[in-house]
Design a binder for this molecule. Structure first.
Ligand code: ARG
Length: 618
């Protein structure tokens, strides 16, 4: 059989590579902040291998005076280190030893023009940086299952995955997003069974159901099968036979399966549309069906997998290297604590989820040429990922450092744990509806004040506010933790972090609009006096490229969310002191307007990384 090659996917990747070259991302060295960090590090790390890097000062007691801090506690050189060397650096005002730290204050007069001009020059690109070695990073995200509903857990994967896509791109990598749809597996046997049963019993009614809501009908019959098959071994047997026939390539069943797949994909497309998310490729598990034999044989030849007594193919029980890099000897033990091999091919030749992932990881390494792969999957699949990554390492596809499980916590809704198989399942669309409703109410209330009619742009705004609130709520905290979600987001939305950010951004937009005549393109010099509010904005803006780099390297979008929240805070305090309207001379006014422009630009750049919208009016 000829192996299917996904030309569409390969072309999409080539296109992304070409687009990357055109993007012309600035090297990290162009930024004022990196220059400062490098200079200071050079002075402090005089003996080789010390590698200490100054960071943004954390202690708020020192913030007024200092901006950077470097922990020199373990540095023996420090006793006879001349602080004035640092003080003499360009852009530096003072350097003091405070406990185990060197605290450094920057000269805002000196950096101000450079920073503002840089933001205004680079525009959307400000904050992005390339290390000159672009990597292809595949991000496997969202990945819902055909014939099932997309749940809030898939929403988490989609949101987190999209922000990682954006972050990777921002640090000069070629990120490539694949939706690894669950479109293969024995569950389809049960769905076939029920489908035929209903077609036999009452075809017209059943067809009408399908016509009205195909995806939902699939869901219903799958549920029905799960319920009825519990004490019906015969039913299970028939379903199993149907799935076997499918695996052997039965044309009638394949055509039916194709239909099921399309119904679900269409439904998913609606959800992705609401979120404004597009994947570079949709490659479901079924794509690997004709690639499994090869990868299994290769693994057997290399001694990574072996035949078991019953003719199944297994990964023998062994000590594996876990996500933290530790040797873990518990993962491949059975419930009885005895060694247990992991099945990759059943005695009858059927594959499992892990087999499809093994074929996929090989395809990503060997056919797509990925340098790194991120799997954005819930934490309960941690062991699955460890087995997969260890096999990939043993087979020479990827080093363990190049594959990463982005392991996110459960989403507890109204205090209950989300379950996808049984019990209360919270539907993604309901959640989005509820968020948008609440935003709509918020706008309507304000509208009622001035008696204006509901417009199309109000509706667009309600969507932007509602969806962004959902996204921001997810990304504001580290994804490893379980997350509490109050389904009653309706009450909460106005207090949502993203709404505050959107509100601040709207203020800036208006301010620029009102003062546009005093705006000139380039700022030549700064006023003699700079208020703390202004300085805070300058330094926040200065740090942005470092924040982006760190968030990307650590796969931590919450760092961008925290940054954006802080930026909005300092912007608001600037706004509330009416500094723009109070400017008495032209030079000060020009500086303040430019500061506002820069802050607005950086807010937009940060929001884009998180995939949240700033409607400009709220
Ligand atoms: N379909 C799976 C689920 O809903 C997630 C797949 C994640 N990606 C992967 N390559 N295993 O749990």
């Amino acid at each position: 059989m000829n192996k299917t090659v996904d030309e569409k996917t390969k072309n999409a990747l080539e296109r992304k590579k070409r687009q990357f070259v055109e993007k012309n991302i600035p090297p990290i060295g162009v930024y004022v902040v990196t220059e400062l960090i490098n200079e200071i590090s050079r002075l402090v790390n005089r003996s080789p291998g010390q590698g200490m890097v100054p960071e943004k000062i954390k202690d708020s007691n020192y913030r007024e005076k200092y901006d950077l801090s470097i922990n020199v506690h373990n540095n023996g050189m420090m006793d006879n280190f001349d602080l004035s060397d640092i003080g003499a650096l360009k852009h530096i005002k003072l350097a003091d030893k405070v406990g185990p730290y060197i605290n450094i204050g920057i000269d805002e007069q000196s950096i101000g023009t450079d920073i503002l001009n840089q933001v205004l020059d680079l525009g959307e690109k400000y904050g992005t940086s390339s290390d000159g070695d672009p990597k292809v990073v595949i991000i496997d995200y969202s990945s819902p299952n055909i014939a099932k509903k997309m749940t809030v857990a898939h929403l988490r994967s989609t949101i987190i995955g999209q922000s990682l896509m954006n972050l990777q791109e921002a640090v000069g990598n070629i990120s490539f997003g694949i939706n690894h749809i669950g479109d293969w597996g024995s569950q389809f046997g049960g769905i076939f069974y029920m489908y035929f049963k209903h077609m036999e019993e009452n075809a017209p009614l059943f067809q009408q159901m399908i016509a009205e809501n195909p995806a939902n009908t699939l869901l219903e019959i799958y549920r029905e099968y799960n319920k009825e098959s519990k004490d019906n071994p015969e039913m299970v047997e028939t379903a199993r036979t149907l799935w076997r026939k499918m695996e052997e390539g039965d044309t009638e069943l394949t055509a039916l399966w194709q239909q099921f797949r399309e119904w679900s994909l269409e439904e998913f497309a609606g959800t992705y549309g609401r979120l404004g998310i597009e994947f570079d490729a949709i490659q479901g598990e079924s794509f690997y069906e004709d690639k499994m034999t090869d990868v299994l044989q290769e693994a057997i030849k290399q001694g990574v997998l072996k035949y078991d007594e019953d003719d199944s193919i297994i990964l023998p029980s062994q000590t594996l290297i876990d996500g933290k890099g530790n040797m873990n000897d518990k993962i491949m033990l059975g419930k009885d604590n005895l060694p247990k091999g992991e099945i990759l091919q059943k005695p009858n030749g059927g594959s499992v989820y892990l087999t499809r992932d093994l074929a996929a990881i090989r395809y990503r390494a060997c056919e797509l040429g990925a340098d790194e792969v991120y799997y954005v999957i819930g934490k309960e699949q941690g062991d699955h990922c460890i087995k997969l990554f260890n096999m990939a390492k043993q087979l020479g596809y990827f080093a363990l450092s190049d594959v990463r499980h982005i392991s996110f916590g459960h989403l507890n809704v109204d205090g209950r744990k989300m379950k996808s198989r049984e019990g209360q399942v919270v539907m993604l669309d309901d959640l989005m509806d509820s968020a948008i409703d609440s935003a709509r109410r918020g706008i309507q209330e304000r509208r009622a004040d001035i008696g204006a009619a509901w417009t199309e742009s109000d509706e667009a705004r309600a969507k932007a506010i509602g969806i962004s609130a959902l996204i921001f709520d997810d990304l504001r905290q580290s994804y490893e933790k379980d997350m509490e979600f109050n389904f009653n987001i309706a009450e909460k939305i106005v207090d949502s972090g993203s709404v505050k950010i959107q509100y601040t951004h709207a203020r800036l937009r208006k301010l620029i609009e009102e003062n546009d005549d005093s705006f000139i393109d380039r700022l030549v010099s700064l006023p003699a006096e700079i208020s703390p509010q202004e300085k805070n904005i300058l330094t926040e803006v200065m740090w942005f490229p470092v924040v982006v780099k760190e968030a990307a390297d650590k796969a931590s979008p919450h760092k961008v969310a925290a940054y954006l929240t802080e930026l909005a805070r300092v912007v608001n305090s600037f706004y509330e002191s009416s500094l723009v309207s109070r400017a008495t001379d032209e030079n000060t006014k020009v500086f303040r307007i430019n500061l506002v422009k820069a802050a607005k630009q950086v807010m937009e750049n940060a929001a884009r990384l998180l995939h949240i919208e700033l409607p400009g009016e709220i």
